[in-house]
Design a protein around this ligand. Sequence first.
Ligand code: NAD
Length: 360
Amino acid sequence: MKIAVLPGDGIGTEIVAQALAVLQALELPFEFEHALVGGAAYAAHGHPLPEATLKLAQQADAVLFGAVGDWKYDQLERHLRPEQAILGLRKHLGLFANFRPAICYEQLVDASSLKPELIAGLDILIIRELTGDIYFGQPRGRRIASDGLFPGSEEAFDTMRYSRPEIERIAHVAFKAARQRGKKVTSVDKANVLETFQFWKDVVTEVHAQYPDVALEHMYVDNAAMQLVKRPKAFDVVVTGNMFGDILSDEAAMLTGSIGMLPSASLNERGQGLYEPSHGSAPDIAGQGIANPLATILSAAMLLRYSLRQDAAAARIEAAVQSVLAQGLRTPDIYREGCTRVGTAQMGAAVVAALRAQAG
Ligand code: NAD
């Protein structure tokens, strides 16, 4: 079970160190290999995704990723910026399925801007197609209108496009994920207006025939945006295209109110995956030892479940996180009165201690 460890920049190194300690505490035969990525890789090798880092990621069963980015690299040409490393990894590893769970832990119900009764016990999974749609469709660009209709004015255009195999494979991923959860898939589209999404709806419906044990509903994206804040617990697995998924996954993530708690996974057809917290490198708090490591620790749990098929170990990490929250331990981002304020390393150590207590 080979895991490539790419901590990256800012708080990335601090939070990945804690996730690593948690994985090591499981005492399973993992093989960890570290590499530089993002701004740290640019500083050392002149590129945010050096060849050696990419090769390591390709050869590993899974990648544990921290975060990349720092304001000091904002002036670099686009292709050298730290964030390009993520895009390069997605492209070269073929990571087409992005999983973003939104789980509301009982102890953090107050962190949400929604009423407690709406989100207590929330457990939904947004699956976003990551390599197609209007973000990648060709042709795209800008041109001067040549028909004289808009003399001298420019127009810009992007192409929304999905192929049958692209929709089929993400639909299979969603139905399989739902089988292991609440057995319901909501496919989000805009079939009333867009041909691409009428096609999406047709293909998802066809694939559904192979999963009679899973319920399928179709929902227009505007309605889905409303329902996510009106009755979020009615969802189980939500599957959608790249652009709608970009927007809805952020909306769903924020239902829980705490960015330091949100893991994510991006998977390819071979089950290889890149696992990272949903937040960035937080340069404003980097080096202070106060970042919340739980999103990264929960990403490590997803790594065990989706790439290494170690479901029991994943559940142990999730239970350990529940346990430290129940003990009242809080990093500053989720702190509230009456709780115990801890730093990054203390929080990580508490999760390790909770894991060991289970074993005992
Ligand atoms: P950010 O997610 O890094 O930070 C937003 C806010 O949330 C900040 O106030 C930060 O302190 C706080 N925060 C984030 N993670 C936290 C944690 N674990 N614990 C406590 N507080 C936390 O977003 P940003 O400030 O817009 O971006 C900073 C840098 O990160 C930029 O360079 C950006 O490009 C990059 N970025 C990288 C990724 C990635 O690596 N996947 C994702 C988003 C942003």
